[in-house]
Design a protein around this ligand. Structure first.
Ligand SMILES: [Fe+2]
Ligand SMILES: [Fe+2]
Length: 199
């Protein structure tokens, strides 16, 4: 039953009641999204070193460092995806990613260097970035599969897995270390630099 329905599925009718061939339009949308995330990933190769430098704990610094190496690979995979589609790799400014990294900069400025609160803020900013990437790659993988671009789908799926792993690692660092240590410090049991200016 399900299979028959799949086979006979037609392009949905538009508001005018007409149906149209979705192929070229879908490919155009897909390419636009690819250009957007290509800009975002390249932008992140510059943002992550700044976030690493701003981080307090070695654990978070290492996490940003490892994800920088992965992000460089994400850029390369996107170039390969363009190539597989017979297109030149092109970056178009991603306003969302630009905003998210600006927020990371602001959160850095608003927290004290060397404090655990700084790490809590950086983890929050980094997870927003990862969630944006997860949403984007999730859609791209789905679209690539629908368009039977199997090699492209497999490539982007690899990246999607790495974004999800990076997000989980950030959660682990926050939950197991940074958050409670930051709270303990606020309660007066942590390092002196954190207590500065507090009761
Ligand atoms: Fe990425
Ligand atoms: Fe990422």
């Amino acid at each position: 039953m399900q299979k028959t329905a799949e086979k006979t599925r037609k392009a949905p009718a538009t508001s005018s009641g007409k149906t149209q061939d979705q192929g070229p339009l879908m490919q155009e949308l897909f390419l636009d999204m690819l250009k957007d995330i290509y800009w975002a990933e390249k932008h992140l190769t510059k943002a992550l070193p700044k976030m690493k430098k701003a981080a307090t704990t070695e654990e978070l610094q290492d996490c940003f460092d490892d994800h920088l190496a992965q992000t460089e690979e994400h850029v390369t995979r996107l170039e390969k995806a363009f190539e597989l589609m017979g297109k030149k790799a092109q970056a178009v400014k991603c306003e969302a990613m630009d905003g998210l990294t600006k927020e990371a900069d602001e959160m850095t400025e608003e927290t004290e260097a060397g404090s655990l609160t700084r790490d809590v803020a950086l983890i929050a900013a980094a997870q927003k970035v990862e969630h944006y990437e997860i949403a984007t790659y999730g859609t791209l993988v789905q679209l690539a599969s629908n368009m039977h671009l199997n090699e492209v789908a497999t490539l982007l799926e690899e990246t999607l897995k790495e974004e999800k792993a990076a997000d989980s690692l950030l959660t682990d660092i926050a939950e197991n270390n940074v958050n409670w240590q930051a709270l303990e410090t606020e309660n007066g049991e942590g390092d002196k630099s954190e207590r500065k200016g507090k009761k």
